[in-house]
Design a protein around this ligand. Structure first.
Ligand code: GSH
Length: 204
């Protein structure tokens, strides 16, 4: 039977992983087909539906086409009614959203730094790589001092756990867990969840 939604992903995309975890946690996988989009190749399947050609991209009934992981995550969370991972309520919303934005900023920084290493060695910018590395270290330190245990669980926790896992995946020699026991303990708990384990990044 054809599923009504298609989620274009790559198995190693942390942005796509956010949507994949939300979809699993909300029990939507019987309605979503995940397709490995083969990004950055002429066969990139996303190009047929979006000029950005990025993953994740979601298509669905009535011409639905969404091209950003945060928008797709919220769409999926609200698909069947009240959201569970985007808790409503004025005060709570801004507290977890701020923390969510921090997680997204970390993820972006990790993605930019990773892309720099895809360039031929002579075209890489050591100062750019160092600048992003310093930003990442500052965020880890801030999180160690402000572990998010007091907030209601939300998409912010998912985004942060994905970013921290992606950091270990791309920069294992810099393991952020060293000297940050509170953040490491929080990560161990969040990353043990079923949907996180069902979307582990592929072996390199
Ligand atoms: N802000 C976007 C970022 C998406 C993004 O950059 N995805 C990467 C994969 S991790 C991508 O599509 N790269 C392919 C390209 O840049 O051509 C989101 O949250 O969805």
């Amino acid at each position: 039977m054809t599923k009504p939604f298609t989620l274009f992903i790559t198995p190693s995309s942390p942005f796509a992983r956010k949507c994949r975890i939300v979809a699993r946690e909300r029990g939507l996988m019987d309605r979503i087909e995940e397709i490995d989009a083969k990004l950055r190749t002429p066969a990139n399947a996303v190009l047929a539906v979006s000029p950005l050609g990025k993953a994740p991209t979601l298509t669905g009934p009535d011409g639905l086409r969404l091209v950003d992981s945060s928008i797709i995550s919220e769409y999926l969370d609200r698909l069947d009614g009240a959201p569970e991972l985007h808790p409503d309520g004025w005060a709570a919303r801004w507290r977890w959203s701020d923390y969510w934005a921090l997680a997204e900023g970390l993820l972006e920084s990790l993605a930019w730094r990773t892309r720099e290493f895809r360039r031929p060695p002579a075209e890489r910018s050591p100062s750019f790589i160092a600048y992003e590395g310093e930003r990442q270290a500052r965020v880890y330190d801030w999180l160690e001092a402000n572990v998010p245990a007091t907030l209601p669980r939300s998409v912010a926790d998912i985004a942060l756990a994905i970013a921290l896992d992606y950091a270990i995946y791309r920069f294992p020699e810099e393991d952020w867990r060293r000297g940050r026991p509170k953040l490491a303990a929080w990560f161990a708990q969040e990353s043990a969840r079923d949907a996180f384990q069902a979307t582990l990044l592929p072996l390199k």
